[in-house]
Design a protein around this ligand. Structure first.
Ligand SMILES: Nc1nc2c(ncn2[C@@H]2O[C@H](COP(=O)(O)OP(=O)(O)OP(=O)(O)O)[C@@H](O)[C@H]2O)c(=O)[nH]1
Length: 396
C-alpha cells in the first residue's frame, strides 16, 4: 500500500514539473515577459492611463440649444409712392397709312407687281388677260369687282391705244382706286346729337382684334382732343376688361366694367349713362367675340345695341374682320350686318396677308366702307383707310 502511495506521489510531482516547464516555454514563444515583469507593466498601465485624444468638449449644451446665425439684411428703404403712370400722347391719325405703307407693300407687292408686269408688256394676249384676272382673284378681290376691273382696263387700253408702260400703270392705278371706292364716306361717326356722346359699338368674331381696335381707336380720338370713355361689354373673356382698361389708362381714358360673366347689355348701358353724366365726347363699347354661326350669341348682340339705345343712339357699329381669314370674313360680315346694321369695317392684320383685295370684296359684300386698317401690333398701327394711299402702296 505504501509503495503504491509513493508511486502515485512520484507521478504527481513529475506531471506538475512538466506543466511548469510547458508554461515557461509557451510564454517565451509568444514573446511575453516573465510574470513579475508583467505585473509591473500592468501596474504602470492602471496608474497612468494614456492621455486621451483631444475631442469635443462637452459643455452641457444640446444640439437644439444652437441658434443658426442668419445674416440680417439691411433695413429696406421706405419705398417711395409709385409714380402715376405717364399719360401717353398718341400719334395723330393723319398720314399713318403712308407711314405704314411699307408693311402693306411688303405683304402685297406680289399683287401690285403681278399686275404691273402684265400690263407693262404692251399688247396683251387673251392668256395675259386671264392671268391678270387670276392674280386679282387670288388676292381676294372677288369675282364681280375683278370682272369689272378687267373690263374697264381692256376698254381703256384699247380705246387709248396704250403701249407705254407708264401710261398703263396710270390707268391701272385709276381703275383700282375706282373699285376701292374713292368717294365712300370713311369718317368715324363719333359725334352724338343733343349733347349726348357719340357711341361706337365694336363687334366681330373671336380674336379678330376687337379689344385692340377699341384701345387704338381711343388713342385716335384722344389725339384729336376728344374725351373718351370705354365700356368693357366683353364680360365673357376674363382678361378682356383688364386689357381694355390698360389701353385706356395709357391715354388717361376711364373704363366702365361689370362683373365677370355679367350681362354685356347692362355694361353698355352703364357706360353710355356714365358718358352722358360726364359730358364725354365718345363712348367706345367693346363686345365679346362671337361666332356668327351661334344664333343665341348673335341675338345677344342685338340686345346689347337695343339696350344701349335706351340711353343714346349708337352712332357707329364697327365690324372688325381679320384680313387673313379671306372669304370667311365675308360670310361673317353678312351675318353680323343682319343683326346690328354694320356701318363701318375695320380690317385688322392687313400686314400679315398678301390678299389685300379683301378690302374691295368686303365692302361690296356689306355695302359699308372700310374705315380703318390694322397694319401691325403697335399701339398706333391702326390707320384711317384711304383708297388712293392704299392703291399707291399696292403699286409701290
Ligand atoms: N399683326 C397684327 N396683329 C394684330 C392687329 N390687330 C390686332 N392684332 C393682334 O390680334 C390679337 C387678338 O387681338 P384682340 O384685340 O385680343 O382680339 P379680340 O377680338 O378682342 O379677341 P376676343 O375678345 O377673344 O374675341 C392680338 O395679339 C393683337 O395684337 C393687326 O393689325 N396686325
Amino acid at each position: 500500500m505504501t509503495t503504491e502511495l509513493l508511486i502515485a506521489l512520484l507521478i504527481g510531482v513529475v506531471v506538475l514539473a512538466g506543466a511548469g516547464i510547458g508554461l515557461l516555454v509557451s510564454r517565451k514563444s509568444r514573446g511575453l515577459p516573465p510574470p513579475d515583469e508583467l505585473d509591473a507593466i500592468t501596474e504602470r498601465t492602471i496608474e497612468h492611463p494614456e492621455e486621451p485624444e483631444p475631442g469635443p468638449v462637452d459643455d452641457g449644451l444640446l444640439e437644439d440649444d444652437f441658434v443658426e446665425i442668419v445674416e440680417v439684411p439691411a433695413e429696406p428703404e421706405t419705398p417711395a409712392a409709385p409714380a402715376a403712370p405717364a399719360i401717353e400722347r398718341p400719334e395723330a391719325p393723319q398720314g399713318r397709312l403712308v407711314r405704314l405703307r411699307a408693311r402693306l407693300a411688303r405683304s402685297q407687292s406680289s399683287l401690285g407687281r403681278g399686275l404691273l408686269s402684265l400690263l407693262g408688256g404692251g399688247d396683251l394676249t387673251e392668256d395675259d388677260w386671264e392671268e391678270l384676272e387670276d392674280t386679282l382673284l387670288a388676292a381676294d378681290v372677288g369675282v364681280e369687282p375683278t370682272r369689272e376691273l378687267v373690263d374697264n382696263l381692256r376698254n381703256r387700253l384699247r380705246v387709248e391705244g396704250v403701249s407705254d408702260p407708264a401710261r398703263a400703270r396710270e390707268i391701272l392705278r385709276e381703275e383700282l382706286i375706282g373699285v376701292v371706292g374713292p368717294s365712300l364716306d370713311r369718317s368715324l361717326k363719333s359725334t352724338g346729337d343733343d349733347g349726348k356722346p357719340g357711341v361706337v359699338l365694336v363687334v366681330g368674331v373671336n380674336g379678330t382684334g376687337k379689344t385692340t381696335t377699341v384701345g387704338r381707336l381711343a388713342r385716335v380720338l384722344v389725339a384729336e382732343d376728344k374725351t373718351v370713355l370705354l365700356g368693357a361689354a366683353d364680360t365673357f373673356r376674363a382678361a378682356a376688361a383688364d386689357q381694355l382698361q390698360t389701353w385706356g389708362e395709357r391715354v388717361g381714358v376711364p373704363t366702365v366694367r361689370g362683373p365677370e360673366g355679367g350681362d354685356p347689355a347692362s355694361v353698355g348701358f352703364d357706360a353710355v349713362k356714365q358718358g352722358i353724366a360726364d359730358g364725354t365726347d365718345v363712348v367706345l363699347v367693346d363686345t365679346a367675340g362671337r361666332l356668327h354661326t351661334k344664333a343665341g350669341l348673335m341675338d345677344e348682340l342685338g340686345k346689347v345695341k337695343r339696350v344701349i339705345e335706351k340711353q343714346a343712339p349708337v352712332t357707329e357699329v364697327l365690324l372688325v374682320i381679320d384680313a387673313t381669314t379671306g372669304q370667311n370674313g365675308l360670310t361673317q360680315a353678312r351675318v353680323f350686318s343682319e343683326v346690328v346694321d354694320v356701318t363701318g369695317i375695320v380690317l385688322t392684320k392687313l400686314d400679315g396677308t398678301a390678299k389685300g383685295g379683301i378690302v374691295i370684296a368686303v365692302q361690296r359684300a356689306l355695302g359699308a366702307p372700310v374705315k380703318f386698317v390694322g397694319l401691325g401690333e403697335g399701339a398706333d398701327d391702326l390707320a384711317p383707310f384711304d383708297a388712293e394711299e392704299f392703291v399707291d402702296a399696292l403699286l409701290a
